[in-house]
Design a protein around this ligand. Structure first.
Ligand code: QAP
Ligand code: CO
Length: 196
């Protein structure tokens, strides 16, 4: 297993649309290993979702784990939502599609490709998703709250959309200018500075 390089906004790879993966390809070692390495990269960050575009691969695969955890990283079972309880974790979604959308939610989003920047984004409050798993089997699940927001955020990546593009024009310009001016600080450095 290996951690992968995460491309940061506005790298042009993040604006490209990822391609559908065939069943034969899903079962290949290449995709099986990619999924494991994406999970390792997400957990190490730590993050709750990662799309293949973010690691420079234009294929429709995302990994997610939105379960609440303690500081030590243990899953807090009592805090799982009813939808989260029905899911086999971690979630690996191949060729995911939103087949139903309802309501609205505003949630403060971040992104491993935009480290250190967070903004409120409006999305559907409930979604039903159809995808394939690593055995190329079709499955469906329902999601709201953080899980619902996260799956919409990750499917956006597969379509070449970063959350920055979902902000109002004024907020979008502001965050782009901040990134141009300050860039991204190394998270390790960031920690040692704030702790000193
Ligand atoms: C997408 O994002 C998401 O800035 C997943 O310094 C985020 O895993 C969906 C991360 C929020 C819904 C709500 C961000 C890690 C991780 C950072 C992530 C950072 C280190 C973001
Ligand atoms: Co993201």
């Amino acid at each position: 297993m290996a951690t992968l390089k995460v491309y940061t906004y506005p790298d042009p790879i993040l604006a490209k649309k990822a391609e559908t993966i065939s069943d034969q390809e899903i079962l290949s070692e290449e995709i099986q290993t990619l999924a494991q390495n994406m999970l390792e990269t997400m957990y190490k960050a730590p993050g709750i979702g990662l799309a293949a575009n973010q690691v420079g691969v234009l294929k429709r695969i995302i990994v997610m784990d939105t379960r609440a955890r303690t500081k030590e990283g243990e899953v807090i079972e009592e805090e799982l939502s009813e939808f989260e309880k029905k899911i086999q974790w971690p979630l690996v979604l191949i060729n995911p599609e939103i087949i139903k959308k309802e309501g609205a939610i505003e949630y403060e989003e971040g992104c491993l490709s935009v480290p250190g920047y967070y903004e409120m984004v409006k999305r559907a409050g409930f979604v039903k998703v159809r995808a394939k798993n690593l055995k190329a089997e079709v499955f469906e699940f329902e999601a709201d709250d953080l899980l619902g927001v996260c799956v919409q955020h990750e499917i956006d990546h597969l379509n070449g959309v970063v959350f920055v593009e979902r902000l109002t024009p004024i907020k979008r310009t502001m965050i782009r200018n901040k990134i141009k001016k300050y860039g991204y600080s190394d998270p390790v450095e960031e920690k040692s500075v704030s702790n000193s």
